[in-house]
Design a protein around this ligand. Structure first.
Ligand code: PLP
Length: 362
């Protein structure tokens, strides 16, 4: 089925009408028309507000993985030391990606149902390993968890680590992300999670230090960040700009700023709390460990022992509900409700939980 009346997949999420409308316009060439540059600059300014940063934002054509790869390839050389803090599929995955690029990677790994707690251990590892880059995931979507990052930013500054790389694909616009206060040098985001646009654009917030490293490394490729350092100044983008995609991202950021950042975060928080509480009342077991921080954008739930994931998924779909499965070691064991962006909606989540209750009763 193409569309479901109760969409709860943790991205791509339901696209609001106002964002869908921008795709109906027949835009000219983003390479030629100054209106495109204005739109790009306004979108950058809106993202800077949402992400609480003065740093420049690179907006790329393609979904989240493009930003994840582009930022690594643009800043790492073989042999560079990378400390990867991993609490789930994407945290361990980013460590593998950096290793693939020839980096010397050390992983501080935790079980998939945990979030970072032992700052002393991380402090020690940074001191002895002296990494060029620390990588971490803010919201581990497959686990439904949210890592606290302010303390990591403090440790990064304390030890003079050049680069802090943060995958916030699933938290941007659903939970506070304070790029400058947390000392983040490369912040990765995508359009189809809490921003509620189609999976068409990704973005990287790049600090001054990160620009220096990008120029030192000089990586050339489709996903390279370097050409974006002058793209706006010279109105010369490295490839044909995706006007529809940037317009969708722009409208998405406008909707968020119009609602107000605090209101948006409160809405996510309230819906997530309600979702977790009601799931447990119905008889489901949450996946994150009791001491872990659950994400306000996605809830991960254990597949009940008496119903295989495939059957649960099939029955949910029969009731018009579509949820997400999970990945890696969590595949078949965990399913997820994505209450992010347009889906952080009390009425929608209530309908989803009603279906899940019916399935469990039967
Ligand atoms: N990082 C996280 C935490 C994600 O949840 C995802 C997608 O689910 C990605 C990166 C990759 O994004 P995309 O699927 O848009 O390439």
């Amino acid at each position: 089925m193409e569309t479901y009346p109760i969409p709860m997949v943790p991205g791509p999420v339901r696209v609001p009408e106002e964002i869908r409308q921008v795709y109906l316009k027949d835009y000219g060439s983003g390479d030629l028309e100054p209106e495109f540059l204005d739109l790009y600059n306004q979108t950058e300014a809106n993202l800077q507000k949402i992400l609480q940063t003065q740093n420049r934002v690179v907006i790329m054509t393609g979904e989240g993985m493009l930003a994840l790869w582009g930022a690594l390839k643009s800043t790492l050389r073989p042999g560079d030391r990378v400390l990867s803090i991993a609490t789930g599929v994407f945290g361990y995955g980013i460590a593998d990606m950096a290793r693939n690029l020839g980096a010397q990677v050390k992983t501080v790994g935790l079980p998939y149902d945990e979030t970072i707690r032992d700052w002393e251990d991380i402090d020690q590892v940074i001191q002895t390993f002296q990494p060029k880059m620390i990588t971490v995931v803010h919201c581990e979507t497959p686990s439904g968890t949210l890592n606290p990052l302010a303390e990591l930013g403090r440790l990064k500054k304390k030890h003079g680590v050049p680069l802090l790389y943060v995958d916030a694909v699933s938290s941007v616009a659903g939970a506070p992300v304070e790029v400058d206060a947390w000392g983040i040098d490369l912040l990765l985001g995508g359009s189809q999670k809490a921003l509620s646009a189609p999976p068409s654009t990704s973005f990287v917030v790049v600090s001054e230090r990160a620009w220096e490293v990008i120029h030192e490394v000089g990586y050339i490729g489709y996903d390279a960040l370097q050409p974006f350092s002058t793209a706006q100044r010279d109105f010369y983008f490295p490839y044909t700009p995706y006007w529809h995609g940037v317009a969708a991202l722009h409208t998405a950021t406008e909707l968020i700023l119009r609602e107000g950042l605090d209101a948006v975060f409160t809405r996510h928080d309230q819906v997530a709390r309600f979702c977790r509480q009601r799931l447990q009342e119905i008889g489901y077991e949450l996946f994150p460990a009791a001491q872990a921080i659950p994400s306000p954008t996605v809830t991960a739930v254990k597949v009940p022992p008496f119903i295989p994931w495939e059957a649960l998924d099939r029955r949910a779909r029969q009731h018009g509900l579509v949820v997400g499965g999970s990945y890696g070691p969590l595949a078949g064991k965990v399913f997820r409700l994505g209450h992010m962006g347009s889906q952080a909606n009390m009425e929608l989540v209530t309908r989803a939980l009603d279906v899940l209750e019916t399935i469990l009763r039967k």
